[in-house]
Design a protein around this ligand. Structure first.
Ligand code: ZN
Length: 240
């Protein structure tokens, strides 16, 4: 009887081990992954070097920069992720300048990875290459614009009161969800507006080690950003 039990136990152990390996393979975080620009100790199984390289190449090419290798930390647990960044539940991923890391939350899956990761890499290059040159009111929108993660809903923007000064849109994580949404959307609209008025790549080139804002007037013919934004919104809204 005991011999029979022991064989049964061994079989059960094998089954448990097989299930564990299968689950690790399907949902697991068991692989270390290094690329030229990123290092992760532990990535989900759907993340491949190819996938990371594809996103990284696009952003690096636009911003003309080879990323100093950034550490990417993947969180399996939402509470632990929120505790690590302290910016509330709406954040999907966050980049941190002080230790050159990108924290990726558990809501990042294969279908939203490219846009969100690309967005974070724009922030990484912003602090690695441009230092303080890119104004805070533009950075979130520029990150969306370059990563092509979302499109501007001009109907939504015009349905809201236009801020007296768009350069005050500097705290995307404060306020209500609607405030946060407005901030990202307006910032992206400003990025689109600037790109329509001058060569954005060249503007970025000019801004290295300087303040981009000083070139908006001289290079992009935008002497008054708020007036230009109001005019831009009007031009984007179909007349009824
Ligand atoms: Zn961002």
């Amino acid at each position: 009887m005991s011999g029979f039990q022991s064989v049964k136990d061994q079989n059960m152990s094998r089954i448990y081990l097989f299930v564990f390996v299968l689950l690790s393979f399907c949902y697991g975080f068991a692989a270390e992954l290094q690329t030229n620009s990123t290092y992760s100790a532990d990535v989900p199984s759907w993340v491949t070097k190819n996938r990371i390289d594809k996103v990284t190449d696009k952003i690096q090419m636009f911003l003309e920069w080879d990323i100093h290798r950034v550490t990417v930390i993947w969180y399996k647990n939402q509470t632990a992720f929120e505790k690590a960044h302290g910016l509330g539940p709406s954040v999907l991923a966050v980049s941190r300048k002080n230790d050159n890391t990108v924290l990726v939350g558990p809501k990042i899956q294969s279908d939203n990875f490219d846009a969100v990761f690309g967005h974070e890499l724009v922030h990484v290059i912003s602090y690695q290459k441009y230092k303080d040159a890119i104004p805070k009111w533009l950075e979130e929108g520029l990150a969306n614009y370059i990563s092509k993660g979302s499109t501007v809903d001009y109907k939504y923007l015009t349905a809201h009161p236009i801020p007296a000064d768009v350069t005050q849109l500097t705290h995307p994580f404060g306020g209500t969800d609607d405030n946060i949404r407005y901030h990202y959307m307006a910032s992206q609209a400003l990025a689109e507006m600037i790109a329509a008025k001058c060569d954005l790549k060249n503007l970025l080139r000019l801004s290295v080690g300087r303040k981009m804002e000083s070139y908006l007037d001289t290079y992009c013919q935008i002497p008054d950003l708020n007036a230009a934004y109001q005019k831009w919104l009007k031009s984007k809204t179909p007349k009824t």
